[in-house]
Design a protein around this ligand. Structure first.
Ligand SMILES: [Zn+2]
Length: 191
């Protein structure tokens, strides 16, 4: 009911992680558990230029969660930005490709430069949970006045600890957003 992780025990509302800590985002949805084929697919999407996957992911997300997204009156879809340097190296931001396809399918405006990463963060996978949080502190900056945007969907490729999306949601709420929802392609299972 919070991060969108599928739970083995269907009677539970929150995963272990979400029962322990409070997230800045309201609720999240994920398409698939991040394992095997999904892992390989996202890897190609991210690092091997398979940009066309964005359309397929978006179609599947709309099939699975379109009703949820529509019911939340989302006014804007925002991709989690990459730092400029990393974007330059990669040539594209995979979250942005996904956000754009989702926006097209759902008829919701996509804003690609409303928030930016303000400093180069160390790769998250090198860090533990506490370090991740610190690593992302004030890592997002809102570039424009967004007080008219109350309901926002933030899109990323993978949900790991949620700390990136928390930092993004916190920045958006500080700027005036009422509810921030999240959507990812892959998410870990509750273990
Ligand atoms: Zn959770």
């Amino acid at each position: 009911m919070r991060c969108g992780k599928p739970l083995a025990d269907k009677r539970m509302e929150y995963c272990g992680d979400c029962s322990r800590k409070k997230h800045a985002f309201t609720q999240g949805k994920a398409l698939w558990v991040y394992e095997d084929g999904v892992k390989a697919s996202i890897y190609r999407f991210k690092y091997q230029d398979r940009r066309e996957y964005a359309r397929v992911y978006a179609e599947e997300i709309v099939k699975a969660h379109g009703g949820f997204i529509r019911s939340r009156h989302i006014q804007a879809i925002l991709p989690v930005p990459l730092h400029k340097k990393r974007r330059r190296e990669r040539g594209y931001n995979q979250a942005e490709l996904l956000a754009k396809e989702l926006g097209k399918l759902l008829g919701i405006p996509v804003y690609t430069d409303l928030f930016i990463r303000v400093r180069n963060t160390r790769p998250q996978k090198m860090l533990n949970d506490a370090e991740r949080k610190n690593n992302l502190k004030e890592a997002f900056k809102i570039t424009e006045n967004i007080v008219q945007l109350k309901y926002i969907l933030v899109v990323d490729d993978i949900y790991t600890t949620g700390s990136t999306l928390d930092a993004a949601a916190a920045a958006l709420k500080e700027a005036g957003a009422a509810e921030v929802y999240t959507c990812c392609i892959g998410i870990g299972s509750d273990s």
